[in-house]
Design a protein around this ligand. Structure first.
Ligand code: ADP
Ligand code: MG
Length: 581
């Protein structure tokens, strides 16, 4: 097995590595360090988050710094202030036995003054965010003319964050003599473009396969109805005592909403989103790093730069649009050799996204089942007992109270006491889950030939000869104003029950406790059977077929699948009639 000594590092660096407690180099370090010590060629390093990329470039760079020369010899660009500070801390730490080494960090959102002073004083290694560095270049403060190394760290994130123009400007001005190093967890086309335009025939080092998640992360997805997502999240949390993780949502509003609900329901949860001030952000991050709260709800952007090694779980409350984002999120667990879980809540129409992610990850994402009430209660009870068994008793401290307690507890036998003590904690779960429903929807139906045949047999009420492009059929369901439904809810219901967005709907009339919805005749049977018995917020749906088929309405008044979703199409008000409103 390769050791750090084998890689050609000098004693000062080996000592610092030893002090950090690193025993063996990670795969990217084992390849990158000797390469950088031996060659001047540009290089790209592709490896998952948490694989030790900082040391992979930081150690060899430090070894070659000439401390007698005051000019900036290495520039490291990173996407956020937090990442900059983190990289800079690591570099300073590895370099602490190198006498005369000077490092500094510049990033946006802070005063220019001190950063200008530090740069003027001279720094061998500068770590920077692209925006601020570009400003300092324009002011003539930063000088990249003697640069020997230019490192683009987390290149994919820098581009995601819109630093493309700043990067272009910096890369144009930096000394042509430099060696350019690019590190990324993924290689989307924009990153490949940077590599192509600004790097000279780069050597490619890939630790593990491109874009593959680290193998210590267990990936699972859970299918749930959109309306059950929050309950499902709670169950995933409740079934894992000791869970330490981040819940990712797509929008700031979702983050606020979920964090608020979790706090309301008694979870130690905090949130990170774009509305927080820098001071608030840092305080949230600090508390979360210390493990309390153990749950953080965050958007992708807000969670950038949050460095925590021991997360047990990453939960995708919403799936991201970009697969690289899924990869980044998941890379936050299973770090530093520990195992972790990446759990995705997927609603009925998102199955295809899982297939795409699987394709890119090159591994299967197993479908999991949302745990039932019984399972959760058992897990929590056993965890409680384990805690009781493991707890250390401080005899001295508890001694003075024992007598008084014995009086209070007089009359309870061992069994009764046990029950009472356990119930203090356990009741919450019993109450929550005593009669909790199964949240796992049935597997999505495949449209079979049988369905088609059933239809063409023309069994009864349907207009004969109604073909896929044929007339509309009216279905009456037992939901109405009393259940606060509006057309979007009805549309959502049809989408959910049928696992499809492509069913053409016509007029929707809502009464006190009924709704008539016109459905494409060709799909009516399928819609009807999907709706029947479907659970809408505790109401089991009943469906009656309309007596007479209604003629196909004129084009504009029917909803096409495309425009469905939460929003009403703009033409809805004028043409589609909602009776009784
Ligand atoms: P990346 O940049 O690839 O996401 P980092 O460089 O931030 O990863 O390293 C992730 C964590 O692993 C850090 O806490 C770092 O201190 C630790 N680490 C780096 N190299 C080693 C090693 N050889 N052995 C053990 N831990 C390491
Ligand atoms: Mg890194």
């Amino acid at each position: 097995m390769t050791t750090f000594e084998d890689l050609g590092l000098n004693p000062a660096l080996l000592e610092a590595i030893g002090a950090r407690g690193f025993e063996t180099p990670t795969p990217i370090q084992a390849e990158m360090i000797p390469f950088l010590l031996g060659e001047n060629r540009d290089v790209t390093g592709l490896a998952q988050t948490g694989t030790g990329k900082t040391a992979a470039f930081g150690l060899p760079i430090l070894q070659t710094i000439d401390t007698a020369d005051r000019r900036t010899q290495a520039l490291i660009l990173a996407p956020t202030r937090e990442l900059c500070m983190q990289v800079s801390r690591e570099i300073t730490d590895y370099g602490r036995k190198i006498s005369g080494l000077r490092t500094t960090t510049v990033y946006g959102g802070a005063a220019f003054g001190p950063q200008i002073r530090d740069l003027r004083a001279g720094a061998h290694v500068v770590t920077a965010t692209p925006g601020r560095l570009k400003d300092l270049l324009e002011k003539g403060i930063a000088d990249l003319s003697s640069l020997r190394y230019l490192v683009l760290d987390e290149a994919d994130q820098m581009l995601d964050m819109g630093f493309k123009d700043d990067l272009d400007a910096i890369l144009e001005t930096a000394s042509a003599q430099r060696q350019t190093l690019l590190f990324s967890a993924t290689m989307p086309p924009e990153v490949a473009r940077i590599a192509k335009n600004y790097m000279n025939n780069p050597h490619e080092i890939v630790a593990g396969d491109k874009n593959r998640g680290v193998s210590t992360v267990d990936h699972q997805f859970f299918r749930v109805h959109a309306s059950d997502k929050y309950s499902a999240l709670r169950r995933l949390i409740d079934v894992q005592p000791g869970l330490y993780g981040i819940v990712f949502c797509r929008t700031r509003d979702a983050v606020k909403d979920i964090a608020h609900k979790l706090a309301r329901d008694g979870y130690a949860a905090d949130s990170l989103h774009g509305e927080l001030s820098q001071v608030q952000r840092e305080s949230v991050m600090r508390r979360f790093r210390q493990g309390n709260p153990s749950l953080l709800v965050a958007t992708d952007v807000a969670a950038r730069g949050l460095d925590v090694d021991s997360l047990t779980h990453v939960i995708h409350y919403d799936l991201p649009d970009e697969i690289s984002v899924y990869n980044h999120r998941s890379g936050r667990t299973g770090r530093a050799g520990k195992s972790g879980s990446s759990l995705a809540l997927v609603h009925m129409r998102e199955h295809h996204k899982i297939r795409r992610i699987e394709g890119v990850l090159g591994r299967k994402i197993e479908e999991g089942r949302i745990p039932g009430g019984k399972e959760i209660c058992e897990k929590r009870l056993m965890n409680l007992i384990d805690g009781v068994v493991a707890v250390e008793v401080n005899d001295e401290a508890i001694e003075p109270y024992l007598e008084a307690l014995a009086v209070k507890l007089d009359g309870f036998d061992r069994d009764a006491l046990l029950r009472k003590f356990l119930s203090v904690e356990f009741n919450r779960f019993l109450e929550e889950y005593g009669s909790a429903p199964d949240l796992n929807p049935p597997p999505p139906p495949k449209r079979s030939r049988r369905d088609a045949e059933k239809f063409s047999n023309g069994s009864g009420d349907f207009q004969r000869g109604a073909r896929p492009s044929g007339g509309m059929v009216r279905l009456r369901i037992n939901l109405g104003r009393r259940q606060s439904v509006l057309p979007p809810q009805i549309i959502g219901l049809v989408n959910q029950a049928t696992h499809s967005r492509d069913i053409r709907l016509g007029r929707i009339d809502i009464g006190t406790d009924w709704t008539d919805v016109q459905v494409d005749g060709a799909m009516a049977e399928r819609v009807e059977s999907a709706l029947r018995g479907f659970d809408y917020r505790g109401v089991s749906i009943r469906v009656e077929k309309g007596r007479a088929p209604v003629p196909h309405p004129r084009g504009g008044s029917s909803f096409k699948g495309k425009s469905r979703g939460g929003k009403q199409p703009s033409h809805y008000k004028g043409k589609g009639k909602v009776k009784g409103r």
